[in-house]
Design a protein around this ligand. Structure first.
Ligand SMILES: *Cc1c(COP(=O)(O)O)cnc(C)c1O
Ligand code: SF4
Length: 376
């Protein structure tokens, strides 16, 4: 099942990145999808709303593997749509709400050097690559992902390493982006080695959606390379149970065999996973595959994502239901990254809802200041 060559490079290069390409690819499948959502209708709307030259905030790309997941035999319609809605752009992405922000997490002010975010004292994040296998329509890093800044440059890496050296309070480095696994093994090795050379005990967290959107990326060469190190973790981004395919489970198993524990972050998404039953299925499937559900996130206030956001009131209900349905191991921390730089806070316990006023919930951020989030 796992590739022994580097054909993932080809699969990544050949992913679908244009509307005609998508229409062509959809022809291969039975696109007689009924109900409230059809990819064909969505594409028509997109065309109608897309006069020449107008771009979405986030480019479009989907791997053939991921598109194919939506059309596997025996899938229920809700599951099929749960996959498609994450990958196929909607004309609704042109609409911004007043609450939405260009820099939804207020990260700019926490960037001491290029492509580096030091938001929390003991851990920091590197924007290693700007590309992804699938550009997720809900991505909150759309200000960076797909914006053509390319891979981390050697000069930027050495600047970051000097910063890490001067900040011994940092114990953990997140490799994020974009998707770090769009980089070649040798580039990843260079990054991991440079960081470990500065501090051998530092924990490296690889944040990647590749096990979900292109499991063939997890090659024996890649896992063998990582097994040479210790203290490497992976955090994936499975949002719905059909994504936990046999291929994805095999990829995860190879990571675990190489000594890399795998955790998962899920984003609550409207029409994708906004029911406790769907999420319970996902978390059980992840646990069976050896993946610990780590976070369940309320959608960030990224521009053009309102159609995918679950109203916070409903999210709180779903989380409360879930807690009664699945084991403690299967239950992730439910959290919101407070808009404007308030940081990640867990809900509803661990974070106090101060009040609800004018259709906004008010929270205390990790810096003890007040932040709001719309209730619906
Ligand atoms: C989420 C995040 C982290 C990691 O936070 P954890 O709660 O440890 O998962 C680190 N840095 C930034 C900028 C983040 O957004
Ligand atoms: S893989 Fe991550 S960074 Fe890339 S589009 Fe999806 S959410 Fe954004």
């Amino acid at each position: 099942m796992l590739n022994t060559d580097n054909s993932w490079h080809e699969s990544l290069k050949n992913r679908i990145t244009s509307l005609p390409g998508l229409i062509e690819a959809l022809k291969e499948y039975d696109t007689g999808i009924t109900g409230t959502y059809s990819p064909a209708k969505e594409l028509e709307l997109w065309l109608a709303e897309n006069p020449e030259g107008r771009r979405f905030c986030l480019p479009f790309a989907v791997t053939r593997y991921y598109l194919g997941l939506a059309f596997r035999a025996g899938l229920q319609e809700a599951d099929r749509l749960a996959v498609l809605r994450q990958a196929i752009p909607s004309a609704k992405e042109y609409s911004f709400t007043p609450d939405e922000l260009k820099d939804p997490l207020g990260e700019n002010k926490y960037s001491p050097c290029s492509r580096f975010i030091h938001r929390y004292p003991d851990r920091a994040l590197i924007l290693t690559a700007d590309s992804c296998g699938v550009f997720c329509r809900h991505c909150f890093r759309r200000g960076f992902s797909g914006q053509l800044s390319g891979a981390l440059k050697p000069g930027e890496l050495s600047e970051i390493c000097s910063y890490i050296e001067e900040h011994p309070e940092i114990n953990e480095i997140l490799l994020s982006g974009g998707d770090p696994l769009t980089l070649s093994d040798s580039r990843i090795l260079e990054i991991v080695r440079s960081i470990k050379d500065v501090r051998s005990d530092i924990v490296i967290r690889i944040c990647s959606r590749m096990p979900v959107v292109l499991p063939s990326r997890i090659t024996p060469e890649f896992t063998a390379m990582l097994s040479e190190f210790s203290g490497i973790w992976m955090v994936t981004h499975f949002n719905t149970s059909p994504e936990v395919s046999a291929e994805a489970a095999a990829a995860v198993k190879e990571m675990i065999k190489a000594g890399v524990p795998v955790l998962n972050q899920t984003v609550l998404l409207r029409g994708v996973n906004d029911s406790s039953e769907q999420l319970a299925r996902l978390f059980r499937a992840l646990l069976s595959a050896g993946v610990k559900p780590y976070y369940l996130f309320q959608g960030d206030l990224a521009r053009g994502t309102s159609h995918l956001r679950v109203p916070l009131e409903k999210s709180l209900e779903i989380a409360a239901e879930l807690r009664t349905m699945v084991s403690g191991m299967a239950m992730p921390k439910f959290a919101v990254d407070l808009p404007g730089g308030g940081g990640k806070v867990t809900l509803p316990d661990g974070c106090e809802i101060i009040r609800k006023e004018n259709n906004y919930y008010y929270f205390r951020g990790t810096d003890d200041r007040e932040y709001s989030y719309p209730a619906d």
